[in-house]
Structure formats: C-alpha cells, structure tokens
Design a protein around this ligand. Structure first.
Ligand code: UT7
Length: 332
C-alpha cells in the first residue's frame, strides 16, 4: 500500500479576536474559569465573512505553498459541519473561486473528525491512480451555530480554515475511523426546517422528544461531560489501532497533532498512550476549538515553521459529533 505526502499547506484565520475577557463582558464567566478548564485564552471569529470565504483563502494559500496552479487539482474534498448552504457542496464554491476547472468535488461531514475522514478518502482515491493531486479543505465557522448566552459552550469555539494539497508517496500510511451513533445526542446542531407542506406533522413525533429547546434554534447543543468522557478513551483507542497496524508503539511516533477541544483531554489521552508532551502539538490556547480545521491549521503552522520534516511518523487523531473518532499515522 502506498502513502500520502503533503505538497503544500495553507490556512486562514479571521482577524476579530475574542479573548476570555471579552466573554466576561457579556456573560457570567472569566479567564479564571475558562483557561484552567479548557486551555483556551482566545479564539478568532469570522464576524463579517462566510465560511466558504475562509475555505477559499486557505485553499489559495495551500496551492501557493505547493507551487501549483488550480487546474492541476483532480479532486477537492471539503470537510465542514458549518456550511453556508445545504447545497451545493462547499467544495463547488471553492472550486469556482480558485478556478480548479478539472476537479471533481464533494464534501464530507463527520464533524470534528472531518479532516481525518477526508485524508483517509483522499488516500483511497490516490491509490486508484486516477487521481494524482487532491486538495483537502477543512473550513469551519462555529460562531454561526453558537448561542452567545450559553456560557458552557460558546466560549469553546473559534472560526478558521486549513488546507493541504496531497499526492501519493512511498511512505507508510495507516488509518482508523470509528463511530458511536448511540451517543449522537451528546453533541448536535439540529436543522430547523420550516415547512409549509400542508401535510407536515409535528416533528417531535419523529424525534421522540429527545431534544431540548436548543434543538429548535439551529444552535450547538453539547453534554460537555459526556463528550469529555468519550473523547479521552476514543483518542487513545484510535491511536492504538493505527499504531498496531504499522507495528510501532505510540511512544515511537515523532509528532502528534490531536483535535483541539480541551487541553485536559489531550493531556489525559496522550498520557494514557505514553506519548511525551513535547511530541504533542497544541494551538488551542490562541485558536479555541475550530472543529475539523484544528488539525490542518496545526499542520500548516508546523509545515511553514519547518518543524514538520520529511520521513517523520506523524499521527493525526480526532473525535467529534456523531460521536465519531479516528486517527491516521503517515510517514511525511
Ligand atoms: O469538538 C467538540 C468536542 N467537545 C468537547 O470536547 C467538550 C468536552 N467537554 C469539556 O471540555 C468540558 O466538559 C467543558 C469545558 C465543556 C465544561 O467543563 P466541566 O468541568 O465539565 O464543567 P461543567 O459543565 O460540569 O460545569 C461546572 C460548573 C457549572 O456550575 P455549577 O452547576 O457547578 O454551579 C457550570 O454552570 O461550571 C459552570 N460553568 C461555567 N462557569 C463559568 C459552565 N461554563 C462556565 C463558564 N464560566 N464558561
């Protein structure tokens, strides 16, 4: 089996900075509560830009970094759980804006696990040899789904986009994707359809009254404690799966880029795996949780600063709504 290499990386982070003090001006909260519990000091919000704008800018940055023109892209995969449109897919909007005239396009949604899912799909498409150069964009505007009176959740999330251009390589690659649909109502944002169909029934009949009132407002709902509990074991499980596949211990990895939901989750999961802190990349302190964009933004930061070197055993691991989880180990 072949591997996958980065030809280039990119990102876009909006200008508007919301630090913890800004939240304490509008909510009963404080830096003293937020920082020790989450590891977050600030996040950036796309107050005047749609999600596809961020995705497009990250895509342009990745193409520039790869040194190729958009017409060389065979496929665009976008991961997002915060799209501007139900349809068309965001990948089609980005295709138009960057001029990737030869690309096929589709989106994936496995929430915060989305970049890992997209990378795994890209790897399988590259294996066919029909697709040579793939652009993956993870773009998330979480601010569009927050209830800014809900202090338990809105303080966690930021907006950003990350992108990579990938091609086949000779390196090792292993992947694992898992899901626990039983726990779907631990973290969700329900679509608020307003039907004028004359035969429309009260939707609660279909949903068995499982959702609380937040569900009616297109806002994110989360049972933070349930997700926390799931996340620690899911991350450890996923990394163990991929490590076993390529026959190494997690402690032998060169670098780990985890999903950035909570610094305490990252610390606990990597401690369980025996991975030393200095091998674990975090940017949650200044980015917050930007869902599926966390990992590719981290990749871009590492790639451009020269910390991501050829031949490294890089591990990506994430979890999110679904509940989904997954991991990849790739030789860069
Ligand atoms: O990618 C998405 C995945 N999501 C996650 O990974 C989230 C996982 N969960 C977590 O990270 C944590 O559960 C949170 C950071 C969300 C919450 O931390 P917690 O220690 O589980 O707090 P809690 O929800 O149990 O709340 C403890 C207390 C409550 O007050 P009482 O009932 O004890 O009086 C909350 O009302 O803290 C209160 N609280 C706050 N206080 C000040 C909740 N949010 C805040 C806040 N500021 N922002």
């Amino acid at each position: 089996m072949s591997g996958l290499q980065f030809l280039g990386t990119g990102s876009y982070v909006p200008d508007f900075v919301a630090d913890n003090d800004r939240f304490s001006q509008i909510l009963d909260t404080s830096d003293e509560w937020i920082y020790p519990r989450t590891g977050i000091k600030k996040r950036q919000l796309a107050v005047d830009k749609p999600n596809y704008y961020m995705g497009t800018e990250a895509a342009k940055d990745a193409l520039k970094s790869a040194g190729i023109t958009a017409d060389k892209i065979d496929l665009i995969i976008v991961s997002t759980c915060t799209p501007d449109f139900f349809y068309p897919a965001m990948s089609c909007l980005i295709q138009k804006r960057i001029g990737a005239v030869n690309a096929s396009c589709f989106d994936v949604n496995s929430a915060c696990t989305g970049f890992i899912t997209a990378m795994d799909i890209a790897h399988k498409f590259l294996e066919t040899d029909k697709y040579k150069t793939i652009l993956i964009v993870s773009s998330e505007k979480l601010s569009s789904q927050q209830d800014y009176t809900d202090r338990a959740n809105c303080i966690l999330f930021g907006d950003a986009a990350g992108a990579v251009v990938v091609a086949k390589s000779d390196g090792q690659f292993s992947s694992f994707l898992g899901a626990e649909g039983d726990e779907f109502d631990a973290l969700y944002c329900k679509v608020n359809y307003q039907s004028n169909c004359p035969w429309f029934k009260d939707e609660d009949e279909f949903y068995e009254n499982r959702f609380d009132t937040f569900a009616k407002k297109n806002y994110l709902y989360q049972d933070g404690r349930a997700v926390y509990k799931f996340a620690v074991n899911a991350m450890a499980d996923a990394v163990n799966h991929v490590s076993e596949q390529i026959g190494i211990a997690p402690s032998e990895l060169d670098l780990v880029i985890p999903h950035q939901a909570n610094l305490r989750i990252i610390a606990k999961a990597t401690e369980l795996l025996g991975i030393p802190e200095e091998k674990v990349y975090t940017n949650i302190e200044y980015m917050g949780n930007v869902s599926s964009a966390c990992i590719p933004v981290g990749i871009d930061e590492l790639y451009k600063s020269g910390r991501l070197k050829r031949g490294m055993k890089l591990c990506l691991v994430g979890f999110g709504a679904g509940l989904t989880y997954g991991s990849i180990i790739m030789e860069t």
